[in-house]
Design a protein around this ligand. Structure first.
Ligand SMILES: Nc1ncnc2c1ncn2[C@@H]1O[C@H](COP(=O)(O)OP(=O)(O)O)[C@@H](O)[C@H]1O
Ligand SMILES: [Mg+2]
Length: 267
């Protein structure tokens, strides 16, 4: 039992990822070590191009590491697993399917009987606040609503791990805030292990239990911070000294990495 509890939900050990391309090799990740505990809400922040999506793709099993280990529950990730639900910035819904059909898609694939599928679908549609839109098609929905459909669809598959790649980056500020609050609510209710990527420090501070800052490419871990801000992280918390202090520490690190990445580009 003891050893079980200590096995991280996700762990990356000495991971390197090199993309081969005609213009030469691109080292996206270098000697990266990271572990995520079960039930943790880990947010990764880092400059554009530092390897965040690469990291997530390795965990999701969409791609494999050039060297090193990527483990889920202590076992090597060898391909896409239903354990992980992935949510992208671009909603990736089936445009020809209704909200309900999109949400039920994974359950249909698993041959869950129609009645049960419908009940599950409705439950998650309600959880993300889309009751009444079951029969709508994605092109009739706003960006925020589409992203809520993606979240409901992911949750309907009951993943143990949710991987989110800048899911709210394309949304306006107010919609983003509503979805952030919803995600915190879902996390508190379902306690999934969450690996969330963003380039917004405020978003990281609002959502996470721990924050990891990545270095400029090739990506490694530059800094780890336990986010001890109290919940709910309302306006009072966001104006507190501790908030400002954490924000400044992270910003200093991110800024240093952005500068480095610019130097690399300018050469
Ligand atoms: N399939 C690919 N082939 C070649 N280079 C790639 C490929 N995917 C990503 N890269 C490069 O790897 C680096 C990291 O990319 P990515 O993981 O998408 O970064 P981020 O998500 O942090 O913006 C970037 O320099 C990017 O151009
Ligand atoms: Mg990315």
């Amino acid at each position: 039992m003891d050893t079980l509890n200590r096995t991280p939900k996700i762990s990356l050990k000495d991971v390197n990822k090199v993309y081969k391309s005609k213009k030469g090799d691109v080292q996206a990740l270098k000697d990266l070590d990271l572990s995520v505990k079960e039930g943790e809400f880990l947010v990764i922040v880092g400059a554009s191009g530092c390897g965040k999506t690469t990291l997530l793709n390795l965990v999701a099993g969409f791609d494999s590491a050039t060297s090193g280990e990527v483990l889920l529950d202590g076992d090597p990730v060898t391909g896409i697993t239903p354990e992980c639900g992935m949510i992208f910035q671009q909603y990736a819904l089936f445009p020809w399917k209704t909200v309900q059909e999109n949400v039920e898609f994974g359950l249909k694939m698993k041959r869950v009987p129609k009645q049960e599928r419908q009940e599950q679908g409705e439950k998650y549609i309600e959880l993300v606040g889309l009751t009444g839109f079951e029969k709508s098609y994605p092109h009739h929905l706003s960006g925020g609503m589409k992203q809520r459909v993606s979240i409901a669809r992911s949750l309907a598959n009951d993943p143990k791990v949710m991987l989110l790649d800048e899911p709210f980056a394309a949304l306006d500020a107010m919609t983003r805030q509503v979805l952030q609050e919803q995600l915190v609510h879902i996390y508190e209710k379902h306690r999934k292990t969450i690996l969330f990527i963003t380039h917004s420090i405020d978003e990281a501070l609002l959502l996470s239990s721990r924050i990891v800052v990545m270095t400029a490419r090739p990506g490694r871990i530059a800094q780890e911070i336990v986010n001890d801000l109290p919940h709910p992280r309302n306006a009072d918390v966001q104006l507190s000294e501790r908030y400002m202090e954490l924000k400044r520490t992270i910003w200093d690190n991110v800024q240093a990495e952005v500068m480095k990445s610019m130097e690399v580009e300018i050469g």
